[in-house]
Design a protein around this ligand. Structure first.
Ligand SMILES: *[C@@H]1O[C@H](CO)[C@@H](O)[C@H](O)[C@H]1NC(C)=O
Length: 199
């Protein structure tokens, strides 16, 4: 019989990996992005959690909350007050990742120590991570779609990037982790009295 904490652990691990990829979006790595914008002359700007990069060129400094702009585009105001403030909320991606990591660690302890309490804590942190990642996904959809539409209205090409779908994957993985670890916490624990079932 598989360990009752195992499925929740695997889903939490998947969420950690997905949210790490999201968190190394620009200005760290230009292969991951929420929005891709192309101006004339093939200038492509990609947007991430802590900044943006011109593809194959320079990136902004890494910071929480940043000025929205795109290379080669001066006739569209991207840095409106509301959108600028929403960029601060992007830090919720790594925060959801940290919650998923805590869930994963409690899951490991749950397995190593055959601990029901630890498995319940995994479920709790996976749930918190699920809520935070769901909230930030809703923010992503608002922020990046508004920007994309503004740019398309001005005849620029703009499209949503892979980071949005990695975030969706993390939301799903964290809800699955919550449910499976909750079920796991109700399941049989230690393999016998000798293993010392702990509450
Ligand atoms: C971007 O918008 C914010 C909020 O309205 C403002 O404080 C900031 O100065 C703007 N930055 C630029 C470069 O326009």
């Amino acid at each position: 019989m598989p360990n009752p904490a195992a499925p929740g652990l695997l889903f939490a691990f998947a969420a950690v990996v997905l949210l790490i990829f999201v968190s190394v979006s620009p200005p760290v790595w230009d292969k991951i992005s929420f929005l891709k914008v192309t101006a004339g002359g093939g200038l492509e700007t990609v947007f991430g959690v802590f900044g943006m990069c011109v593809k194959g060129g320079v990136c902004t400094r890494r910071r929480v909350g940043y000025e929205l702009s795109a290379a080669g585009i001066t006739d569209v105001n991207l840095n409106s007050t509301v959108l600028h403030h929403l960029t601060y909320a992007l830090i919720l991606h790594p925060i959801a990742g940290a919650l998923a990591l805590i869930a994963f660690i409690f899951g490991l302890v749950g397995i190593a120590a055959a601990s029901r309490v630890s498995t319940i804590l995994m479920s709790l942190f996976a749930f918190l991570g699920a809520i935070v990642s769901l909230v930030v996904f809703v923010i992503d959809m608002v922020l990046w779609n508004v920007l994309r539409n503004r740019l398309r209205d001005a005849d620029y090409s703009a499209s949503l990037g892979n980071a949005n779908w990695l975030t969706v994957g993390a939301v799903v993985a964290l809800f699955l982790s919550t449910c499976t670890s909750m079920l796991g916490a109700c399941g049989r624990f230690a393999t016998g009295r000798a293993a010392g079932e702990k509450y």
